[in-house]
Design a protein around this ligand. Structure first.
Ligand code: UDP
Length: 476
């Protein structure tokens, strides 16, 4: 600590996706400047698993005590993954109880830093707005690391701060802060449609997000080349500097090597850019009737596919595969024709996307999946199911590398097999639209891969400017 100038405290929200992006950020900061003192803050179980992902001896870990039982949650709960949907809100509120312990920790390291001539910098998460209050109390620099797209975050912040949307009568409406962004009603997720501004969910989101808007700077897991306009717009509106530092790619967990080998060998049998990969991320799923429609669309397209099958929404998320999830005889026909590969578990997504036979990705447009697809130059068939996915898809369509095929996973969401088959044909097939979309995906891959090529490249510059600004800010 004595010879360190900066002590960077990384504190992600308690959700695996967020924690994984922060792990990548810790590695990036460490690679960039091994003299930085970095402390990763989380709850005990997360810290245990994060330790093995960050073996650099100079990275420290700090566990905040967390008592989920005192909020009526099961003991040992430390993430949404441990809970059912009705308990999510209680969990959000429970995370606010980490404030006193975090306050103590910052108090200790801030006074320690002062006595050694070092400076403390907090890098926290969008849903931990109260960390801004702690930063102000100890006069340390605060920044937010956005693990979503800048465009998605701008919309998310605006929609939750300007509640309610129940009275939105027109189908299309502009955002008050960003009139250039016109949203469609169908882009409002269920929680947003239900939020009236006074219910506990609205109160939590408004409080945390409004506090986050008072941060000193933002880092975004994106690249300038695809979000320049939105980065500038948000920086102007919030009056803070915003730095793109992506792509920070972070595989959530490994797949069993035998499954990975089997998938790669299956992909090896197919011509370049011919296979469709289908996955709705780590936690989302669709209705059974939508799954049937997707299956029929796949069959009609006659294109080979890899499908990561999760239980439909009507079933328990931990259920084993059941034949009734798919149309009669579908799985048997596909297996006989060797035209599809079903993954009943965790897929090696990055290995699949970077395989030369993969031609398109039917995705829910979670931001990590998007970045991984862009990094491999694979065009996207978008089927957003909720949250920021509903905005990411628009960004991707505007970029020219995605077609949206369906929206949402509620019973009312329309899914048509013909539309799915046509979209697959358009993106993978030999036609002008497909050629354009594939060309665009390749162009963007070069931009994404080039973002850290040398010091003048966009994300390398973003990171360097962030480190420069914290130095100037804390010195003043
Ligand atoms: N993922 C994976 N295998 C799977 C499902 C998901 O490796 O079978 C990874 C994927 O590569 C990505 C993450 O899980 O890194 C999903 O994150 P994303 O932001 O796309 O969606 P979320 O799961 O947060 O909705």
């Amino acid at each position: 600590m004595e010879e360190q100038n900066f002590h960077v405290v990384l504190f992600p929200f308690l959700a695996h996706g967020h924690i994984n992006s922060f792990i990548s950020l810790a590695s990036l900061l460490h690679r960039h400047d091994s003299n930085l003192t970095i402390t990763f803050v989380s709850t005990p179980r997360h810290i245990q698993s994060v330790r093995s992902s960050l073996p650099h001896s100079s990275i420290r870990f700090h566990s905040l005590p967390f008592f989920p039982e005192s909020h009526g949650l099961p003991p040992n709960t430390e993430s949404f993954a441990d809970l059912q949907l009705p308990q999510f809100l209680t969990f959000l509120y429970a995370t606010e109880s980490l404030q006193p312990a975090f306050d103590d920790f910052i108090s200790t390291i801030a006074s320690d830093a002062t006595s050694h001539g070092a400076k403390v910098v907090i890098v926290s998460d969008l849903f931990l707005g109260w960390t801004v209050e702690v930063a102000r109390k100890y006069k340390v620099f605060h920044s937010v690391f956005l693990t979503m797209s800048c465009y998605g975050a701008a919309i998310y912040l605006s929609l939750w701060i300007n509640l309610p949307h129940t009275k939105t009568t027109s189908d299309w409406f502009p955002l008050p802060e960003y009139p250039d962004i016109i949203l469609h009603r169908s882009q409002l997720s269920k929680p947003l449609l239900m939020a009236d501004g006074t219910d506990p969910g609205s109160i939590f989101q408004r409080r945390e997000l409004s506090l986050c808007c008072k941060t000193d700077a933002m880092l975004v897991n994106t690249i300038e080349e695809i979000e320049k306009r939105w980065l500038e717009m948000v920086a102007k509106f919030l009056k803070i500097p915003i730095f793109p530092i992506g792509p920070l790619l972070c595989g959530l967990k490994p797949t069993s090597p035998s499954v990975e080998t089997e998938i790669i060998e299956w992909l090896d049998l197919h011509p370049p850019a011919s296979v469709l990969y289908i996955s709705f991320g780590s936690q989302y799923s669709i209705q059974k009737n939508q799954m049937w429609e997707l299956a029929l669309g796949l069959e009609a397209s006659r294109r080979p596919f890899i499908w990561v099958i999760r239980p439909p929404l009507e079933f328990d998320a931990k259920d084993e595969f059941k034949g009734e999830w798919l149309p009669d005889g579908f799985e048997k026909r596909i297996k006989e024709q060797k035209s599809g590969f079903f993954v009943h578990g965790w897929a090696p997504q990055n290995a699949i996307l970077s395989h030369k036979s993969t031609g398109a990705f039917l995705s829910h447009c979670g931001w990590n999946s998007v970045l991984e697809s862009l990094n491999s130059g694979v065009p996207i068939i978008g089927w957003p199911l909720g949250a920021d996915q509903l905005y990411n898809v628009t960004l991707l369509v505007e970029l020219g590398l995605c077609v949206e095929v369906a929206r949402g996973n509620m019973e009312t969401s329309e899914v048509e097999k013909e539309k799915i088959a046509n979209a697959i044909e358009m993106v993978i097939g030999d036609n002008k639209d497909g050629q354009d979309i594939r060309k665009k995906a390749k162009e963007i891959r070069e931009m994404v891969k080039g973002s850290y090529k040398d010091e003048s490249c966009s994300s390398a510059k973003g990171l360097a400017e962030f480190l420069k600004i914290i130095k100037t800010a804390v010195d003043n």
